[in-house]
Design a protein around this ligand. Structure first.
Ligand SMILES: [Zn+2]
Length: 257
């Protein structure tokens, strides 16, 4: 196992690691309201910690980790002070230029580990376009919460949403600053039945409906039952995330570019 931090390396170290087939992990998240109890940086702090652990625990692979990209697409929480959002066009350009730089440095395989569901669509578009433009490289986008819907169903009392039982448990497990006491919150604002868009991450079909959200407040900004969160539940989920990401990493490594 070797974990190389991009920002602590020299250019020659990055060149050499890339030429020997290292995979680069790019953690991306958001700076947005996470209720009265979780920090604004929750999404990027979670993915950065998980990426670091994967790097340390991956056997036989050399992993490079870039600094996390904190800012993302968070217009949905724009009514809350502290939320910082990029526009979609800025984000697309930023992601494309970031991947360009990593691949131009000699890295052939890149995994973006995303902690904020609101970034997912733009990330997929940016990555598809970038590899086409470059004509080389292989880029994977993995949104953390998509990896473990089945485990969430088994281990948590409530479904995944935002600043809820699940996310608060992971934050506790990773040692983020969590401001107690944790309180039950309202349910997610729902206009459509579970058939079209269940919060259960394993359920299909899903219909995506958009309406202006950036001026809406939803109470204190947490959802579901943060009061049911625990670091034990969070640790089990983090272990599962690390295991699944590790399995994917090994398959991704073996695929030919
Ligand atoms: Zn979050």
């Amino acid at each position: 196992m070797t974990l190389i931090k991009w920002e602590e390396s020299t250019w020659e170290e990055i060149r050499d690691a890339c030429s020997k087939g290292a995979i680069t992990l790019v953690p991306v998240g958001s700076v947005e309201q996470h209720g009265p109890h979780l920090p604004l940086g929750t999404d990027y702090l979670i993915v950065d910690a998980i990426a670091e652990r994967i790097g340390k625990e991956s056997k036989d692979l050399t992993i490079i980790k870039t600094p996390p990209l904190p800012y993302g697409l968070s217009s949905m929480w724009g009514a809350y002070p502290g939320t910082v959002t990029l526009t979609t066009n800025t984000y697309l350009h930023l992601i494309k230029e970031l991947i360009h730089s990593v691949i131009r440095s000699g890295c052939r395989k890149v995994i973006i580990i995303n902690g904020h569901a609101g970034n997912s669509d733009a990330l997929r578009v940016a990555c598809r376009d970038t590899v086409e433009e470059l004509g080389k490289g292989e880029v994977a986008v993995v949104t953390l919460w998509d990896l473990c819907g089945d485990i969430i169903n088994r281990s948590f009392q409530t479904g995944f949403f935002h600043a809820d039982e699940v996310e608060s448990s992971v934050a506790l497990a990773l040692g983020l600053r969590v401001k107690g006491p944790l309180r039950a919150a309202g349910e997610a604002h729902r206009k459509y039945s579970d058939f079209w868009h269940s919060l259960d991450l394993t359920v299909r079909p899903k219909a995506y409906v958009f309406r202006p959200e950036s001026r809406e407040m939803h109470g204190a900004g947490s959802f579901g039952r943060p009061d049911l969160a625990s670091s034990e539940k969070g640790r089990a989920l983090v272990d599962c995330l690390i295991r699944r990401l590790g399995e994917f990493l090994n398959e991704f490594m073996l695929s030919n570019v």
